[in-house]
Design a protein around this ligand. Structure first.
Ligand code: GTP
Length: 608
């Protein structure tokens, strides 16, 4: 295939609007998948279970004399970095909108991502088979928001396979061929990578110039290393070895890259015959920054080494997480992990247990606060001379006497909500300390509203509350939006007078009392009765004066009461049985001081 016979495109859509279903149909239509085969591109187990796409995959398909390279993209807000990444190799996108739900927040975000990159957008309205489908509403929204004309839209049902061919025809007709030059020496863009246990890092590349084949010597621009290519091929979506990848093609390359860190996303690969100084690197892709951090620990300290391997392996396939070693008095050695968002964190935890059979404690997430340290030599010395520090974990919260100003990260949240629900949504946002932004209507019934909120409010359960309040009718998307000055305190949780920093939190002073009550209520729910009384206190900073307090009564009393109450001869036996059950249960428990805490508690206290 010469570049003019190649089309590189992606499908982007709001969650559940049918990307994967459309991809399956396209694979069928091109004759590479049997009819009815499902979710070809969603390979990971979590993806199957939750029905969401986490890791973008590609498929190179023959269609009417063309080679169409489909780059599947994830739809959830947390993974927008991957969407961005995929768009870097696409010359066009299919913007999929479900006819029953219409334009949603993620549709808007994806449209602008593509628009800014100046790539062709093919609007496609899906699910027209549904009784609730309202094509008129969707076309008028597309016109209002993006100035897309009704006659540009392709109407399809991915589920029924209706008009899917029209989508591919438009891809071939409207999307320009890749800008690629076969006559030059090899230069390619590494846009994704994953780890294969047998072959090491496998890099996905877009060949921009020249060609790539087995035995070729190539170099990486940023890493400055050299490799010998041991295999090249295309994805369909499984790997198919081929002799050569030509300019304009998307494919995979196996060379002796040991880790995915080496296969840096956005890296420029070039023929080793070129002098580095003559190579123009591709523009760097947007670096993904973690927004949510959480402690990760093995349930049994003895499992540390195994877990370490599992975490390393998983990170090989997920370059968007950051890992730093950490230790906790209660939980032992572990890591502090940076995620793109809460969903990303849950997916990471689920993959650890599913793919690596690891039993882990993922602590409550926190965001990255900052503190401006007072301009005083003695004080600054305590912070290695720094004028500003990052605070990722409540255990390292600075003394407020040392701090000039605290800063907390903000996000811009874009929501699409039915007009009738504006009131409740605005109420929720102001309760979450938000600042109101633009409001616009997208049709008679829906508004698009923007609020600026502290990220800390968003990561806990903002989206769940938003969905609940609007019965699932609101959709949302968010992006980072700088820092705000904030009066922060550390809410310390003391269990029988010992601080358990795993439960402590950094929060705005004004929220301390409410948060303390909520946290203690949840802790009381999660911590089972022990042989002795357990007193849980919430205090501000170093103070031991309780802002709020709960007591968990000892269980001994229960049993003695049972026995007293003429429980009969079997009483002791049952008690022993119960105690031995508890012994088994202990394996899933963590001991803090002498209090046994189920490992789920560390995450469940975040949930209602
Ligand atoms: P994410 O990967 O999580 O972003 O979702 P997705 O956009 O890939 O959506 P997916 O293809 O998984 O489809 C979501 C749901 O919509 C599934 O239950 C599909 O069966 C259903 N669906 C997809 N296309 C159609 C359609 O044309 N008609 C109807 N009725 N249902 C559809």
């Amino acid at each position: 295939y010469t570049p003019d016979k190649i089309r590189n495109f992606g499908i982007v859509a709001h969650v559940d609007h049918g990307k994967s279903t459309l991809a399956d149909r396209i694979l069928e239509l091109c004759g590479v998948a049997a009819p009815g085969q499902q979710q070809m591109l969603d390979r990971l187990q979590v993806e199957k279970e939750r029905g969401i796409t986490v890791k973008a995959q590609t498929a190179s398909l023959p269609y009417k004399g063309y080679l169409v390279n489909l780059i599947d993209t994830p739809g959830h807000v947390d993974f927008s970095a991957e969407v961005s990444r995929s768009l870097a190799v696409c010359d066009g996108i299919v913007l999929l909108v479900a006819a029953n739900e219409g334009v949603q927040a993620q549709t808007v975000a994806n449209f602008w991502l593509a628009f800014e990159k100046d790539i062709t957008i093919i609007p496609v309205i899906n699910k027209i088979d549904l009784p609730g489908a309202d094509v008129k509403m969707v076309t008028s929204q597309l016109k209002t928001l993006f100035d897309i004309e009704e006659n540009e839209c392709v109407l399809i049902s991915a589920k029924k396979g209706l008009n899917v061919g029209q989508v591919l025809d438009k891809v071939v007709e409207n999307i320009p061929p890749p800008k690629a030059d076969p006559k030059k020496v090899f230069r390619g863009l590494l846009f994704d990578s994953y780890f294969d246990n047998y072959r090491g890092a496998i890099a996905h590349v877009l060949v921009k110039e020249g060609s790539l084949q087995k035995g070729q010597k190539i170099s990486s621009y940023h890493n400055g290393r050299s490799y010998e290519v041991s295999e090249v091929g295309i994805m369909r979506p499984e790997m198919i070895r081929c002799s050569q990848l030509f300019a304009g093609q998307v494919g995979y390359v196996v060379c002796n890259m040991k880790t995915v860190a080496e296969a840096l996303i956005g890296e420029t690969l070039y023929s080793a015959s070129l002098d580095r100084k003559d190579v123009v690197p591709f523009e760097g892709m947007k670096l993904v920054q973690p927004t949510v951090y959480a402690g990760l620990f093995p349930v049994e300290s003895a499992d540390y080494e195994n877990l370490k391997q599992a975490v390393e392996r998983l990170c090989l396939n997920d370059s968007s997480v950051t890992v730093t070693p950490d230790s906790s008095r209660a939980l032992g050695l572990g890591w502090r992990i940076g995620f793109l968002g809460v969903l990303h964190m849950e997916v990471f935890g689920a993959r650890l247990s599913q793919e690596y059979d690891a039993s882990v404690i993922l602590c409550q997430p926190s965001v990255e606060y900052r503190a401006i340290i007072k301009d005083n030599d003695t004080i600054r010395k305590r912070y290695d001379g720094k004028s500003e520090i990052r605070i990722l974990d409540p255990g390292k919260f600075p003394d407020h006497f040392d701090v000039e100003e605290f800063l907390e990260p903000m996000v811009k949240v874009r929501m699409i909500v039915p007009s009738s629900m504006m009131g409740v949504v605005n109420g929720l946002c102001s309760e979450c300390r938000g600042e109101r932004g633009d409001i616009n209507s997208i049709d008679e019934q829906r508004m698009i509203i923007v609020w600026r909120l502290p990220l800390a409010e968003v990561v806990v359960d903002f989206f769940e509350r938003l969905k609940k309040l609007t019965s699932g009718y609101a959709s949302f998307d968010y992006e980072n939006d700088g820092y705000n000055s904030s009066k922060l305190v550390k809410l310390a949780i003391l269990i029988n007078e010992k601080e358990v920093s795993e439960f402590s939190q950094i929060i705005p002073a004004a929220m301390a009392r409410d948060r303390a009550r909520l946290l203690l209520h949840r802790l009381k729910r999660e911590i089972p009765r022990q042989q002795f009384e357990v007193v849980i206190k919430a205090c501000i900073g170093q103070s031991t004066k309780a802002l709020s307090q709960v007591v968990i009564q000892p269980m001994k009393r229960d049993f003695s009461q049972l026995l007293k109450g003429n429980f009969g001869g079997g009483g002791m036996e049952r008690l022993n049985k119960k105690l031995s059950h508890q012994k088994k249960g202990k394996e899933r428990m963590k001991t803090l001081g002498n209090v046994q805490i189920p490992k789920e508690a560390f995450l469940n206290i975040l949930k209602n």
